[in-house]
Design a protein around this ligand. Sequence first.
Ligand code: ZN
Length: 504
Amino acid sequence: MKGRLPFEILYEDADVIVIDKPAGLLATHTHLHGRAARESQATAENFLNDYVRKGQSKSRKRVWLVHRLDRETSGVMMFAKSEEMADAFRSNWSALTEKTYLARVEGSPTGDAGVFESWLREDADGYRVRSVRPKTPGAKPARTEWRRLSSSGGATLVEVKLRTGRKNQIRVHFSEAGHPVAGDVKYGARRAERLYLHSRELRFMNPRTGEWRTVAADPPEPKFGIIPEADGKRYGMKTHAILLAAAAALAALATGCRTVPVTGRSQLMLSSDASEREMGATAYSEYKSQTKPSRDSSQQALLARVGAAVSEAAGDTGFAWEFTVLQSDEVNAFCLPGGKVAVYTGIMPKFSSEAELACVVAHEVGHAIARHGGERMSWTRLQAVGTLGLSLAGCGDMVQQIYGIGTQYGILLPYSRSHESEADLIGLYLMAKAGYDPRAAVTFWKKFGSGASSKLGELASTHPCDATRVKNLSDHMPEALEIYGRCEKKRGLGVAMSGGRPSS
Ligand SMILES: [Zn+2]
């Protein structure tokens, strides 16, 4: 098991390795007894064990299997680098991952898209899998979503999405529907050059960092069956399309950078400030038509005052700031691109002073002026441009950053951890500049406990108030206090609050 790897490593970090497994290579050992026999077998797992040991035969390093990929199936496959990581993936597989396959199936399934759902169970001899009655002992539920890409010559190219990863799942489901995967003799297909099933894309969240990543690989066969014009654009592997996509993305990279105010981090920015502001304003007015503003004028007045102070501290942003308390029991606050800040009535009773409210408002303003929403949209757009995993690997930090965070979040969904700490830092300085005692940020986050036991509900789920958060804030307190010291109009903690209202 020494020497060059017989496959490409698509992605690697401290926790996982993702490879492009060739068809015909076993993922892991089969039923061999004895360690020596297992370790001498040519499997992706053994090749990777050798790879992580870097030729040191005494090294105890190894990789762990986290999902299956049949021997005849090619494409993206992930291994974990530690047992803990493997366990985390295995026990939360459907929440942490999404797999997309390409399959060429015989005939033409009815409709342009569909879902196969059944309970699957292995035969007693372990050779075949079949659908059985729901809840049959030993059976597991499986769901296969498919979409037609093109049909011709008695075969159809389908894209398949899986959240469950049962043995032979795609092959069984299509076979039972009367359209076995081309070349899948075991499940009733005619013999062909290969089994036409390819794991094309894996989207996964690293359970340690919370960051989403997408890794993709095209099938080795230039056509993988049948690809007329329209789909060739997306699936015409190793053709002009991918080169064009890569070129477009590189051009975007060359021009699409921006520096975040305060922290000076350079970020990917493909959307214009103006279009973001427009989207933010539209989304906000739609949102407000469903979630009404609070009719408590003392709450609105207090937020207006805090918002004015904080947004003034933010300087000339060109935003049309709006600060509104919205009627909702959710313990949360958000900011849409362009400066639309909303604080829910549900979080108001958590504040014991105006300065604590300012801490949350300044954090949201921090997201807005750092244009985290636009940055997220830029990733989405870049990913839509093409599959970059292979073509751009090696282009350095920027690509790492692009793939560093998933792109499926909607506008109100959580930001990444790095965006959160950046918003914290910007927020801390802003509240100090606005004249609020920045130490209130630490007391605010500290008083709710941490982790699952946090009393902050939804806010804690998107804004983990753990030791790291408090430490970051404390680490930057000297600068914040210096800013505060220079502020002419100090407000201290502002008015005291109780029950969600100013108490004086
Ligand atoms: Zn946040």
